[in-house]
Design a protein around this ligand. Sequence first.
Ligand code: AMP
Ligand code: TRP
Length: 364
Amino acid sequence: MRGAKTVAIRTAGFPQPAHHMSSFPERVFSGVQSTGNLHLGNYLGAIVKFVELQKTHDCLYCVVDLHAITVPQDPLTLRDNTREIAAAFIACGIDPKKNIVFNQSQVPEHAELAWVLNCIARIGWLNRMTQFKDKAGKDRENASIGLYDYPVLMAADILIYRATHVPVGEDQKQHLELARDIAQKFNNDFAESISRNGFGEAFFPLPEPLISGPATRVMSLRDGSKKMSKSDASEYSRINLSDDAEQIAQKIRKAKTDPEPLPSEEKGLEGRAEAANLVGIFAALSGREKTGVLAEYGGANFSTFKNALVDLAVEKLSPITAEMRKITANHDYIDTVLRDGAERARALANENMKAVKDIVGFLR
Ligand code: AMP
Ligand code: TRP
């Protein structure tokens, strides 16, 4: 963090006496999986926030390829998908010189810390994770151990940098709560050793999720009850960051709506998931709140509103798409950015891993 801003550590539930408060320099970490079809939900729910936070914070933005292989991936596609996400970060305005942009598998400390945290996290905690239940589906016995352990690796991603703030979409809230629980239990279990090794009251900060704005959960354009997702079989369910203007227009025009005109207040969106979703997308793309959008479009029918949304989406997304194509084509450039980022990330991760080894009692 530039300057000396710090964040007070919050301890789960109990008010702590002042001498139990520790503070950590602010640092932002977030990750996006290197699976294809980067979409408007990823952009509005996460990447827009990444871009904003780089103005005020030291940030690490990671393409999480170790997470991607929790479900089968084709090796050649995986490499290209990793490059595509990195290109998207840069095309959206993340400066890889000012921030650290890298892919997870180049920094082995993520997996190394994950093992230690595996011995901290409880099976009962992981059994509550709804994303695992959704992704594993009915055939849970046949899901990979990696898919089950996914949230522990995610906690390690954050904690290996002792990051304090994590911008994510709404769907990651539960995983962030787990990361806090793991950090808290590590701090408690090793309290004496943490203090003996000179780290004071707590080694890990309890990372804060940053989930805000009108588009923390962008829904499918085909079904307002399902979130927009990379794996949805229908291309019409999502707007990909690689879509051209014509595709964006077609998808918005075909988006499911209802027969009523738009309400003029947010309360009128209750029970109208598809309408609420389009208004949320409009608000987020234009940097406004839903209330403001409804004040302007209340009473309008969907064909009018969709036309305005098409114009807005094309205006905002087309330059990104063009830039992303250009960058994606230049493998050497992206690979260099990721290697450089990994080197800088590793310097930080390695320091913290050494501390963890001392705290846990490993010889080194
Ligand atoms: P993933 O592609 O699953 O790695 O997600 C990358 C980031 O995008 C995470 O912060 C997610 O929470 C966010 N995200 C994914 N899908 C959506 C969505 N439909 N709406 C809002 N945010 C999303
Ligand atoms: N699980 C996140 C997702 O699918 C991606 C992720 C992995 C992540 N590690 C992270 C996000 C650490 C924030 C912090 O969306």
